[in-house]
Design a binder for this molecule. Structure first.
Ligand SMILES: C[S@@+](CC[C@H](N)C(=O)[O-])C[C@H]1O[C@@H](n2cnc3c(N)ncnc32)[C@H](O)[C@@H]1O
Ligand code: SF4
Length: 385
């Protein structure tokens, strides 16, 4: 399969603002107590969409994702304007999935109906935890009850919604996590993203951790928490379809599948990444992260791109492997071979297979096993090397 084979086409819109910065987070999110000119940012996003569409015309948009930052701080009219701009440049699939990430505060929940009218049909809520002392420690601006109230508003307005929880948190026990997770499953219906807390360099949590002030689970407990997560979710009919994502079969986030399956996506807004297939080559794009600098670039050049790089065959193939092996469905080795210009190393596959880390399905796909997933990075490094 070559890059010119029709694939899904997604649009990612990054909204970089938050009301406050959570101490664990290293996403491209910024607090602007003095406010910002929302209309100007929307116009700049429209400008990037126009230039991207000129490079990759004729696509049919299968998914749109408003991520952040906190896109639920946007006015519904801004979301509508951006969706209109997308529809002006490309065809929209009749079953398009339009997701917006929302923080579960009461203020934001009041906008859900407006987002629905604007064309959003799925929300992803950052619930993070279901107990108040943890939420406080995570620097969140909502209580557990407020988050659950926002989930109820989401349920009333959208046929599809998901929420995120962070686990393997300081002092978390297996019993407490099991109770919290089961409660989350009752509320979540079709999709849950469950992330193990990562200590990111440069965040306040990084400093606390280094100073020995965060009682993080040791490796054994972290592994037990992960195993518990897999078994509780699978038993509830929400198996992992990706390392951190669980869904009822058919309810997977189609937008994120575009990334993991190595399909095509445009990324607009500050710090957004994209992958475009142009003339049989794959381009990696990245825009300026700092909102004001991004705006200045768009004002002068029409776009905020700081990276626009043609990937080599090897780079495109390795990325396909890295992303695809995150999925329970695994990868098609023939697509890897078409991208790389050579097949995966059969000897390495057979060693990993003997170790129980990978398996080949009846249809010939290569996938990581439940034993291999906890050491996924090592498996990928082995195959890509
Ligand atoms: C891009 S954030 C935006 C979501 C939204 N602003 C919010 O906080 O509710 C997406 C998700 O990444 C997860 N996340 C962020 N930093 C993390 C970290 N250091 N470790 C684990 N998960 C993290 C959180 O669950 C968060 O909901
Ligand atoms: S976790 Fe969400 S709300 Fe918190 S700083 Fe990161 S993007 Fe903003």
């Amino acid at each position: 399969m070559s890059l010119t084979t029709p694939t899904a086409f997604a649009v990612y819109v990054h909204w970089p603002f938050c009301l406050s910065k959570c101490p664990y987070c290293d996403f491209n999110s910024h607090v602007r107590h003095g406010g910002y000119d929302e209309a100007r940012f929307v116009r700049a996003i429209e400008s990037e969409l126009a230039l991207t569409a000129a490079r990759v015309p004729g696509r049919t948009v299968s998914t749109v994702f408003f991520g952040g930052g906190t896109p639920s701080l946007m006015q519904p009219a801004s979301v509508a304007a951006i969706l209109d701009a997308i529809a002006k440049h490309w065809s929209i699939a009749p079953d398009v999935e339009v997701t917006l990430e929302a923080n579960p505060t009461s203020v934001e929940a009041t906008r859900f109906r407006g987002f629905r009218s604007a064309g959003v049909n799925r929300v992803s809520l950052g619930v993070q935890a279901l107990d108040d002392s943890t939420l406080k420690e995570l620097g969140r601006l909502h209580t557990a009850q407020e988050a659950l109230d926002a989930v109820a508003v989401a349920r009333a307005n959208f046929e599809r919604y998901s929420f995120d929880l962070i686990y393997a948190r300081p002092r978390q026990t297996l019993a407490a996590w099991e109770g919290e997770l089961k409660r989350a499953i009752d509320e979540a219906a079709e999709h849950l993203s469950l992330y193990q807390l990562t200590i990111e360099a440069g965040t306040p949590f990084y400093g606390l951790h280094k100073a020995g002030k965060l009682a993080m689970p040791d490796d054994d407990l972290a592994r037990d928490l992960y195993d518990l997560t897999q078994s509780v979710c699978a038993a509830a009919g929400l198996p992992a379809y990706e390392v951190s994502n669980h869904a009822r079969p058919g309810a997977e986030c189609r937008h994120n599948l575009v990334y993991w399956r190595g399909h095509e996506y445009a990324g607009v807004g500050p710090g957004a990444h994209g992958r475009l297939n142009i003339d049989g080559r794959r381009y990696a794009t990245e825009t300026e992260r700092r909102p004001e600098n991004w705006l200045a670039r768009v004002d002068s050049a029409g776009h905020g791109l700081v990276v626009d790089e043609k990937l080599t065959a090897g780079e495109a193939a390795d990325e396909f492997l890295l992303m695809g092996l995150r999925l329970a469905e695994g990868i098609d080795p023939q697509r890897y071979a078409a991208l790389a210009g050579r097949a995966l190393d059969a000897k390495r596959i057979s060693i990993l297979r003997e170790e129980g880390a990978v398996e080949t399905t009846a249809s010939g796909r290569l996938r990581v096993t439940p034993t291999g997933f906890p050491v996924l990075d090592a498996v990928v490094a082995d195959l890509a090397a």
